[in-house]
Write a protein of this length. Structure first.
Length: 564
């Protein structure tokens, strides 16, 4: 009786919500529901990779999954697993366990469709788990959440993304959603707004809002078969009853999500004038970026007080003689006050004081991000455009340099205790000065004698840097300058084909957070707010298909204080 009563109350509350959303878009109510779903689902969303138990090392690419029973059953994608193999499982709270891959249903002739797989944690224990929902009850424009682990970010905690069900069942048997995914997210869970698993991440198309998910009902249907470590060559004959969703009649649909940006137009006045266009000459060409306007009235600083209008933008997008577009074709020249290479920020001072801008007090709005803030709506202000909507995807984290290094274009092997160039990419910077069979002895005066030193030393430098290569060719020592360039994009994966491309400087940050806005690389430099007008930071990089990186307010405050 008690169980029935609880179910009735839960169902009634969402029935009320459905009625509310039928009349108007209530972002505050949706944020509250999303927060509740995250609190239920986050701890069960896991990161995984293949693990060689003899060599004690990773032996596969990273992927994602979700624990759905207290005994440790994990749902994931077939294209990431091999039955009987061992995998390492990482929980968001830092726990690490081993799991064994069980059943797999993915047929090569059908590009691994239906892409269904199960694993189970080895050993006894009680694990955090998420409730399984039903894909049969999904509705178009039903809100949904992704909690998974993009491989390029390589973080111990997942990133959160928000979207809607765009097609409950495609002709290929997928659920289609607008929750962005990329490599590393494969096998990760898609949750409904109640925190129930409704599908698992499988694949993407080029448009950012086209993402395909494996329906959770397939895991229900083949639960018994998937518990056996078999790589099925055809659909198992052993089937379980899927049953039906007891909450199906109360599932909410929000048509307004199709044009989510329009639902926040009434808030635009809060951010008006905070984002401006900055034009400059960079590497001999006109460059445009967004900038964040600050009105620093009597800002208390170590050097006294400063007043006036300032703009902060992404330093690597701002060259010499920057001009600020005030709108209607009016430009004013700005002076470069300081650059912060470590955070890719530049501070510009305007010759006159403007009427708007982010105040000094707002810089202390969000000095920390709490877990219960994840999933809240954010608005990225852009000059002359409506704000771009996203959700807060993470708390603060550091991101070491990996993809922002300059391009050299020469591979070396360790031969007879020497670093020998064995491959030089045609047209690369290295190809202009170096030759195969050259022995590399140093980079910028730093001796190189071991293979790890070679790559590590080159990675210290950015595109545009000129490095000095010390080497020996046919017994003759040399020292030659090589100008590094931007790493060419060669990937053919849809995740590598982001409109506008990725930022050139996209990592090597001490503190950033992520959100999932559709911001191009050249639109970085503008401010990010929540729907209450609190300032969260500045968009600093288009990192990947799923992730925009933003610099937090605390870092910005320190930069201003150190510069003025």
């Amino acid at each position: 009786m008690k169980k029935c009563l609880i179910l009735f109350i839960f169902s009634a509350s969402f029935a009320f919500s459905a009625k509310t959303y039928g009349q108007s878009f209530d972002h505050k109510a949706l944020e509250k529901i999303t927060s509740g779903a995250l609190s239920k689902a986050y701890s069960a969303s896991v990161r995984m990779w293949g693990y060689d138990t003899v060599k004690k090392q990773q032996n596969s690419a990273q992927f994602s999954g979700v624990v759905v029973t207290a005994e440790g059953h994990i749902l994931t994608a077939a294209h990431a697993t091999i039955p009987g193999n061992t995998y390492k499982v990482f929980f968001p709270d830092g726990q690490e366990r081993m799991a064994i891959a069980l059943g797999r249903i993915g047929f090569k002739e059908r590009q691994n469709l239906p892409d269904v797989a199960m694993m189970k944690i080895i050993g006894d224990g009680k694990w955090s788990f998420a409730e399984m929902g039903w894909s049969s009850s999904l509705r178009k424009n039903q809100p949904c959440l992704s909690i998974a682990y993009p491989e390029t970010l390589s973080q111990p905690k997942p990133s959160v993304r928000f979207g809607r069900i765009s097609v409950p069942m495609t002709q290929w048997g997928f659920v289609q959603s607008t929750c962005k995914m990329e490599p590393g997210d494969s096998g990760g869970p898609l949750f409904d707004y109640m925190g129930r698993v409704i599908a698992l991440h499988s694949r993407i198309d080029k448009p950012e809002d086209v993402n395909f998910e494996v329906p959770v009902d397939l895991y229900r249907k083949y639960w018994t078969a998937l518990n056996k470590p078999i790589d099925y060559e055809k659909l198992p004959t052993e089937e379980d009853d899927v049953l039906s969703d007891p909450l199906a009649s109360n599932i909410i649909s929000i048509p307004a999500l199709e044009k989510i940006g329009d639902q926040f137009l009434s808030l635009e006045s809060k951010f008006k004038g905070t984002s401006l266009v900055v034009k400059s000459i960079l590497n001999g060409k006109e460059q445009q970026a967004s900038g964040t306007l600050f009105m620093l009235d009597k800002l208390p600083l170590k050097s006294g007080t400063k007043s006036g209008s300032f703009v902060i933008s992404k330093s690597t997008l701002i060259g010499n003689n920057p001009m600020i577009d005030l709108g209607s074709g009016k430009f004013i020249k700005a002076d470069i006050v300081a650059r912060d290479k470590s955070n890719d920020l530049v501070l510009l001072q305007l010759p006159k004081k403007l009427k708007t801008g982010i105040t000094a007090g707002m810089l202390k709005d969000t000095l920390a991000i709490q877990f219960n803030e994840l999933g809240k709506f954010l608005l990225s202000a852009l000059p002359g455009q409506n704000s771009r909507v996203s959700v807060l995807g993470s708390q603060f984290f550091s991101l070491p340099r990996k993809f922002s290094s300059g391009y050299f274009g020469a591979n070396a092997n360790f031969i007879n205790q020497q670093i020998i160039l064995t491959r030089i990419t045609p047209g690369s910077p290295a190809a202009e000065k170096l030759e195969i069979q050259d022995q590399i002895t140093g980079i910028n005066g730093t001796p190189i004698s071991q293979p790890p030193q070679y790559g590590a030393e080159i990675m210290k430098y950015a595109p545009g840097d000129t490095i000095s290569i010390q080497g020996i060719r046919k017994g003759v020592p040399y020292s030659l300058p090589v100008a590094l360039t931007v790493v060419p994009v060669r990937g053919n994966h849809p995740a590598d084909k982001i409109e506008g491309g990725k930022s050139i400087r996209l990592d090597d940050f001490k503190s950033v957070f992520t959100h999932d806005a559709a911001i191009s690389a050249l639109e970085c430099g503008g401010p990010v707010f929540d729907t209450y007008g609190r300032f969260y930071g500045i968009n600093i990089a288009r990192f990947s298909r799923t992730s925009i990186l933003a610099i937090p307010t605390g870092v910005i405050y320190d930069f201003i204080e150190d510069s003025l």
